[in-house]
Design a protein around this ligand. Structure first.
Ligand code: NAI
Length: 261
C-alpha cells in the first residue's frame, strides 16, 4: 500500500462508525495521523484502538465534540493547535438523517438535520480551515497537499420523498463546497465533496432491514447492490490526496449508478 498521506495530519468528523470509520482507517493505513471527532468517546476509542493496536507508535487520537456546537468546535481547534500545531486534511463526514413529510415535520427535527449536515460544515471548516491556512511548516511534503472533503449525498442531487430536510441540507453542502473551494483556492487548499448513494452503515441499517426497501434500492442501482463504507472511503481518500491535485469545487458521485438508471 502506498503511503499517500505520509506526515499528513487529518481530522475526520463522525469517525466512530460507517463511512467516517472506514475513511479514518484508510487515511491511517496510508500514513496519516488521524484525529477522530464525534460525540461518543467509546465509539471513537473503538476505532482508534483498532488503528493503534498493531502499531509501535499510536497515530489515532480521539476528541469528543458535537460538531453543531460552536464552543465544541472551537475547543477542537484549540486542541489541535496545541497538540499538533499543524493540520492538512479535513473530512467533514458527520451527518444525520430522518424521515418525515414536510407538513408533519417539527421545527426541531428540521433544525437537527440541517445543523448536523450543513451548519457543522460551516463551523468546522471555519475553525480547521484557519489552522490549515496558518500551517507552521509550509514547506513540508504534507503541506503541499492540503484539502477538505465534505460528505454530501446522492440526495443532494435528487429529491427524495420524506426527506426534505436531508435532501436540502446535502444540496447546500454541494454548493457550500464550491464557495469554499473558491475562497480557499488562493491558499492552495482544494475543497471537494463526495456524494454516496446507498451504503451499508448505521445510518441506513433500519431501512435495509426491510427486504422490500433493500430490493427497491437494488433495482434502482445499475450495479444492483448496496455499497460498502470502504468503497466510499476510497473515493474520499482520493479526493483528499495529491492524486486529485487539479480538482477543486467538484462533487464525486459514488452511487453504483443510481443516477443513470
Ligand atoms: P453513520 O451514522 O454511521 O455516521 C455518521 C456519524 O456522524 C456517526 O458516527 C454519528 O455519531 C456522527 N454524528 C452525527 N451527529 C454528530 C454531531 N452533532 N457531532 C459529531 N458527530 C456526529 O452513517 P454514515 O452512513 O457513515 O454517514 C456518514 C456520512 O455519509 C453522513 O454525512 C451521511 O449523510 C452521508 N451519506 C451516507 C449514505 C449512506 O447510504 N450510508 C448515503 C449518502 C450520504
Amino acid at each position: 500500500m502506498s503511503k499517500r498521506f505520509k506526515e499528513t495530519i487529518a481530522v475526520i468528523t463522525g469517525s466512530g462508525s460507517g463511512i467516517g470509520e472506514a475513511t479514518t482507517q484508510q487515511l491511517a493505513r496510508e500514513g496519516a495521523r488521524v484525529i477522530l471527532v464525534g460525540r461518543t468517546l467509546s465509539k471513537l476509542e473503538r476505532v482508534a484502538a483498532s488503528i493503534n493496536e498493531p502499531l509501535d507508535e499510536p497515530v489515532a487520537t480521539c476528541f469528543t465534540a458535537d460538531v453543531t456546537k460552536e464552543a465544541d468546535v472551537s475547543e477542537l481547534g484549540a486542541f489541535i493547535e496545541e497538540t499538533y500545531g499543524d493540520v492538512h486534511v479535513l473530512i467533514n463526514n458527520a451527518g444525520a438523517s430522518g424521515q418525515a413529510s414536510l407538513l408533519d415535520m417539527e421545527v426541531s427535527e428540521w433544525d437537527r438535520v440541517q445543523d448536523t449536515n450543513l451548519k457543522s460544515v460551516f463551523l468546522v471548516s471555519k475553525v480547521i480551515g484557519k489552522l490549515i491556512i496558518a500551517g507552521r511548516e509550509q514547506e513540508s511534503e504534507a503541506a503541499q497537499n492540503r484539502a477538505i472533503v465534505n460528505v454530501a449525498s446522492l440526495s443532494g442531487h435528487k429529491a427524495g420523498a420524506q426527506i426534505p430536510h436531508y435532501s436540502s441540507s446535502k444540496a447546500a453542502v454541494i454548493n457550500l463546497t464550491k464557495s469554499l473551494a473558491l475562497e480557499f483556492a488562493q491558499h492552495n487548499i482544494r475543497v471537494n465533496s463526495v456524494s454516496p448513494g446507498f451504503a451499508e452503515t448505521p445510518l441506513t441499517e433500519a431501512g435495509l432491514k426491510n427486504k422490500r426497501f433493500e430490493e427497491a434500492i437494488q433495482r434502482h442501482t445499475a450495479l444492483n447492490r448496496v455499497g460498502q463504507p470502504s468503497e466510499v472511503a476510497d473515493v474520499i481518500s482520493f479526493a483528499a490526496s495529491q492524486e486529485a491535485s487539479y480538482m477543486t469545487g467538484s462533487d464525486l458521485l459514488v452511487d453504483g449508478g443510481w443516477m443513470i438508471t
